[in-house]
Design a protein. Structure first.
Length: 59
């Protein structure tokens, strides 16, 4: 059970980072180029995380 909770927390944290980055962009704390750069890293992390979860389910 704890493992499932930890996995959900990872996904939630990724989405929270995405939200905070978008808010920083809206408030003009970061420019569009920085936002796109950070978002591309988050997308890559999200893909790796979901792949890891699927691998764990198959195992």
């Amino acid at each position: 059970m704890q493992e499932i909770k930890d996995k959900k927390e990872i996904v939630v944290n990724i989405y929270m980072l995405n939200f905070y980055l978008e808010e920083a962009y809206k408030k003009e704390l970061i420019n569009n180029k920085k936002l796109e750069s950070f978002i591309s890293y988050l997308i890559e992390i999200d893909k790796m995380t979901r792949g890891w979860f699927k691998y764990e389910e198959v195992k």
